[in-house]
Design a protein around this ligand. Sequence first.
Ligand SMILES: Cc1cc2nc3c(=O)[nH]c(=O)nc-3n(C[C@H](O)[C@H](O)[C@H](O)COP(=O)(O)O)c2cc1C
Length: 203
Amino acid sequence: MNHRIVFPETVGKLERYQLITSLVVPRPIGWISTFGLDGTPNLAPFSFFSAISATPMLISVSVGARRGERKDTLVNIRQRGEFCANVVTELHLEAMNQTSAEAGPGVDEFALAGLPMATASVVNAPYVADCPAVLECRCIQEVEIGEAGGLFIGEVVAIHVGTSLDVIEGTEYVDPESLRPIGRLWGAAYTLLGEIKVIQRPQ
Ligand SMILES: Cc1cc2nc3c(=O)[nH]c(=O)nc-3n(C[C@H](O)[C@H](O)[C@H](O)COP(=O)(O)O)c2cc1C
C-alpha cells in the first residue's frame, strides 16, 4: 500500500480535525449530563469518548473549546466533579443531535429536546430517564487540553442497565441487538448496528 504521509503540524486545524474524526471510527458517543452550579441540567454528546479500563471501571471524555471558550460540560464537570454518560442508541439519535445545539449555560437541553430527566442514584447529576444504559461517573482526573478544553477520566460508580435490554444468560454481557448502539463517523454521519461477525480468539 502506498501512503501519502501527513504531518499534523503541516496542515491546518480544520484538516487535523477532519483526519482524526474520519480515521478513528466508528466512535461511541458519550451523552454527558451534568448539573451547573446553579442547578441547571446540561446535556451534550461527545464522541471523543472511550472506555479505558474495567477494573477500576474507567471511561474518558474529551471536551474541546468552542471558539476559545469553555463548553458548559467542561465547566460543570470541573465544578461538580460528577456526571452521567448516557449510552446513545437508535431510540435517541434525533434527540442526541438536538442537544448538541449551542445553548447558553442557563439552557436545559433536556427540556430543549423534550427528554425526560431523572437524578442519578449515587452522583449529583441528571440522566436521560428513558435511556437504556447509563454510567454514573465521578471525575478522578483531568488533563487540560489547550486553553479551554479538557480530557476527563471518570470512575464509573453505578451502572443503569435497562430492563428492556437482553443480557446473555449467566453473564453481564448486554446483547447489542437489544441495545441498538450508534457509532459516529464524521460530521453528521453515523453508523447503526450492521452485520455482527463472531471470531474466536486463537488458543
Ligand atoms: C455526535 C456528536 C459528537 C460530538 N463530540 C464532541 C466531542 O467529542 N468533543 C467536543 O468538544 N464536542 C463534541 N460535539 C459538540 C458538542 O456536543 C457541542 O459543542 C455542545 O454544544 C456542547 O454543549 P455544552 O456547551 O452544553 O457542553 C459533538 C457533537 C455531536 C453531534
